[in-house]
Design a protein around this ligand. Sequence first.
Ligand code: MN
Ligand code: MN
Length: 411
Amino acid sequence: MTDLSRRSLLAATAAGGSLLTVAGAQGQPAAPAAQSPIRGKDGASILGPRNPAREAEDPFTLRPPRTDHGTMPNLKWSFADSHMRLEEGGWARQTTIRELPVSKAMAGVNMRLGAGVVREMHWHKEAEWAYMLKGRARITAVDAQGRTFADDVGEGDLWYFPSGIPHAIQGLSADGVDGCEFLLVFDDGGFSEDSTFLLTDWLAHTPKEILAKNFGLPESAFAGVPEKELYIFPGPTPGPLDADRMGGAGPVPEPFSHRMLAQAPLSLPGGTVRITDSSVFKASKTIAAALVELQPGAIRELHWHPNGDEWQFYIAGQGRMTVFGSESKARTFDYQAGDVGYVPFAMGHYIENTGTTPLSFLEMFRSPTYADISLRQWLALTPHALVAAHTHLSAADLNRLPGVKAPVLPG
Ligand code: MN
Ligand code: MN
C-alpha cells in the first residue's frame, strides 16, 4: 500500500461517519470526492440514500480497484451483524453458513462468560477449536474411555474437543478481568450454537423413572432438575485446578489445550507467523491454524491453500484482502477487528495491513495439517525461461526471486 493510500485511509477512519476521502486504488491518487464511487472516468456520485459509516468500513467495496472483476460470493461478515444471544452473565453470537453462505467448511462463535459463569455441559457433532481472546477459563472434558481432562486457559491459548466429546467451559476471575471472551471454530459451516446437546435439556426430556433406573437413585433425587436448558448460567466458584482433575481412567492421551501464543513465531521483516496444526497440537485432528501479525504496510504474500477453505478472524487492526477466483473473477474486501473473512478452496489471495497499527488475524483450515503454496516460490522454482514466457519478467528479475518461502513481506 502506498503512503498516500495509507494516509487517506487514516483520514477516513478519523472522519468516521462523515468520510471525506477514501484510499486510492492500485497506486491511483486518492480522489478529493472519494466518498463517491468514482474511479477516473468511471462511476458517478450517489444520489440516493446512503450509509456513510458503513461505506467508510469498506472503501474498496464502494470504489473497487480496476483489477476487481466479475461476481464473487460475499467473503466478509462482521460479528457486529450477528444476533447476540444474551444469557445471565454472558452472551454468544455466531457466524455460520446462515450469516455467510459461502462458509460451508467451518463456522464460528464468539462467546463471553463472566467470572464463574458456565457454558453448560454439552456435546455436539462438530469438533470444536477455540482461541482465547481475553481473560481466563477452566475447561473440562471426558472421553469415550473414561479418561479426563481439565485445564485453565488464558489469552492466546487454544483448546480442541473432538466430535462428540462432552465438555464444559467456565469463566475465571484473574488479573482483574471478569471472566473471559473467546472464539470457537467448528469444522462444519452448518453448525449452530443453539443446536448443541445440553445436559439439562436431555434430563428435562427423559422420564423421571428412567433417570431413577439409570442412575440408581430414587425419582425424588431428580425433583430439582431444571425444566429447560441452562445453556449459559452463573455457576459455583471454581476451586483449584488440581481439585478438578477427576482421575477416571487417567488423563486423555493428547491434551485438549495448547499454548499457541507461547509458540516461538516465525519472525520475518514485516511480521510474524505462528502455525499450529496436529504436528504440534496433536489433539487438533480436523483444524489447522495460523496466527499472523503484520506491521503497517506489510502483506501476507500472494498464496493459496491446496487443502481446503480458509476461515479468518480479525483480532486487531485493519486489513484488506483481494481474492482471485479464476475466470477473471477477483474482489477486494476490507476487514477490521471482529470481522470474519473467508477464502474458498484454492482461490489465490493476499492480505495487506492498511492501518497504522499491527494487524493481527487467525487463519483456520478444516485439515489436520497447515499448507500453503507461495506464488513467489512457485515462480522462483519453475524454469525461468518458462516463467519469462508467461510474465515477460527479465532473467535478472527472475534471478532475484528467492526460492525460500516468506509468508510475510514488509511494506
Ligand atoms: Mn462446545
Ligand atoms: Mn491464506
